[in-house]
Design a protein around this ligand. Structure first.
Ligand code: MEV
Length: 337
């Protein structure tokens, strides 16, 4: 049996990093998907192939026991760790021991801050469960996906795994015992441009760096996180009312607060300013930072902003927002919809 499941990438509109400390965040699924194709085997071998993650510009670093494989589009080996852990935890949850061939195809650069790791984990969980005859709910997949992220990354909020599982627009907040996920009804298309610059640090390292500083300067860092939480609440109201100028203004504040946390870079700051100077209502980094993506909210089609961002050396991605969550799309070559 052969099953293909897919899960969307995401952009965090507001609240990354602060969400790890119990503040709310706003996040949207994008129509760029990761596909996991699982084929059952009659033994217990797990074979993973991710051919289209093979990209130019490879740098291999040996750091202690860790081998870090970087490419022009981000890091490859960490993506494999998510697949392996997703199979392990799903097999344990379902009590199955069968091996599998898993092939991953991604429409997004790996490690760019678009939630590829979560989409890899979640699409793998859905396809592995289905190929073993189980149909998990999106909530169950989100929970398992979060376990995978926590095990691979050390620290992770349920944000990325929730949005790639459920899709749409989400407001998310979590505490010690609960995850609150509210689907937001956003009218029309948000005119958003995504720009990508080379990633200099992994999500895991950025999150760990923020944690260290939080412990060292709690009175300052807790204040910044709380402030981000206030920005998110205001942004939710503006988003639901379709007030783009106000949303842009709040994006600018959110970016400055992320910069204050120390997760922005010179190139991200430059790209944010290029977008604003060429007419964007607002722009901010999105995701964990340390390079990666910037989102710019633009008037109408935003061609001038897009050209300016490209001239600045960034790759630009235009995609539909509010994409559907994880789904099994094909069984033995037959489409299900
Ligand atoms: C990474 O996409 C978002 C962070 O807030 C980390 C997390 O929520 O786990 C930086």
């Amino acid at each position: 049996m052969k099953v293909m499941a897919s899960a969307p990438g995401k952009v965090t509109l507001f609240g990354e990093h602060a969400v790890v400390y119990g503040h709310p965040a706003l996040v949207v699924a994008i129509e760029k998907r990761v596909k996991a194709i699982a084929e059952s085997r009659n033994d217990d071998v797990i074979k993973i192939s991710a051919r289209d993650l093979r990209v130019p510009g490879i740098v291999i670093s040996y750091i202690g026991n860790e081998v870090v494989l970087e490419t022009d589009y981000g890091m490859v080996l960490p993506a494999i760790a998510y697949i392996n852990k997703a199979i392990e935890l799903t097999a344990k949850e379902l009590g199955v021991k069968r091996g599998v061939n898993v092939e991953i195809k991604s429409e997004m650069p790996v490690g760019a801050g678009l939630g590829t790791s979560a989409a890899v984990a979640v699409s793998t969980i859905a396809s592995y469960a289905a190929v073993n005859g189980y149909s998990l709910s999106r909530e169950e997949i989100a929970r398992l996906g979060w376990e995978v992220e926590k095990e691979v990354q050390g620290i992770a909020s349920p944000m990325d795994t929730s949005i790639t599982s459920l899709g749409g627009y989400l407001k998310i907040k979590y505490g010690s015992n609960s995850v609150e996920r509210i689907q937001l009804k956003v009218e029309g298309e948000l005119p958003l441009i995504i720009g990508y610059v080379e990633r200099e640090a992994k999500t895991k390292d950025m999150v760990a760096m923020v944690r260290e500083r939080m412990q060292k300067y709690p009175e300052i860092y807790e204040g910044i996180m709380k402030m981000i939480g206030h920005v998110v609440e205001r942004a939710e109201a503006s988003l639901l009312r379709g007030e783009l100028k106000e949303l842009g203004f709040l994006m600018n504040i959110n970016h400055s607060l992320l910069d204050a946390l120390g997760v922005s870079t010179r190139r991200l700051n430059e790209l944010v300013h290029v977008a604003r100077d060429s007419g964007a209502y607002g722009a901010k980094l999105t995701g964990a930072g340390g390079g990666g993506c910037v989102i710019a909210l633009v008037p109408e089609k935003g061609e001038i902003v897009e050209t300016a961002m490209k001239l600045h050396g960034s790759m630009v991605l235009r995609t539909k927002l509010g994409a559907d969550g994880v789904k099994v799309e094909e069984v033995d070559g037959k489409r299900l919809d």
